[in-house]
Design a binder for this molecule. Structure first.
Ligand SMILES: [Zn+2]
Length: 152
């Protein structure tokens, strides 16, 4: 399976999960205090083209975790700065997902500092926001990385 097919499958699964949530939430009106967080990682263009219209249709917002290098040095299949500005305008949250999407348990303290602290600062400055969320690339973390992210 090539990279584009993997992305397509990921998007398709995201959309299916989204509709399962819609159906479930309509059947369980008695559980109106339920909470669900919708998050999308890595800043793929498909998120903007496919997911955002659905979120808009159902008046939902989500959190988009974006590595800063993805929009800084983008490509046709990644969100650009203008796309991200539109997400913010529509009320979605932008979270940090590092600078270069490394395995955080395999890098030095100086690199960890850059990936966690500088990525947040970059997003804050580039989009005039205050980033409050961080998603670990590859869900890779240990106790030291978790403590560092919590402190910063
Ligand atoms: Zn990721």
């Amino acid at each position: 399976m090539n990279y584009k097919k993997i992305i397509f499958v990921f998007i398709a699964l995201s959309i299916i999960s989204f509709f399962i949530f819609i159906v479930t939430s309509n059947k369980n009106n008695s559980e109106s205090n339920s909470c669900l967080s919708l998050t999308f990682d890595d800043g793929y263009k498909n998120h903007y083209e496919t997911v955002v219209p659905l979120l808009k249709k159902y008046n939902f917002t989500a959190t988009f975790f974006i590595p800063t290098n993805h929009y800084k040095f983008g490509s046709d299949w990644l969100l650009n700065k203008s796309d991200i500005e539109e997400l913010i305008f529509l009320g979605h949250e932008i979270g940090s997902h590092s600078i270069s999407h490394p395995y955080l348990t395999n890098i030095s303290y100086d690199e960890l500092y850059k990936e966690v602290v500088i990525s947040k600062k970059t997003l804050d400055e580039d989009f005039n926001i205050s980033v409050k969320s961080f998603a670990f690339p590859y869900s890779d973390y240990n106790k030291d990385v978790l403590n560092f992210v919590n402190k910063n």
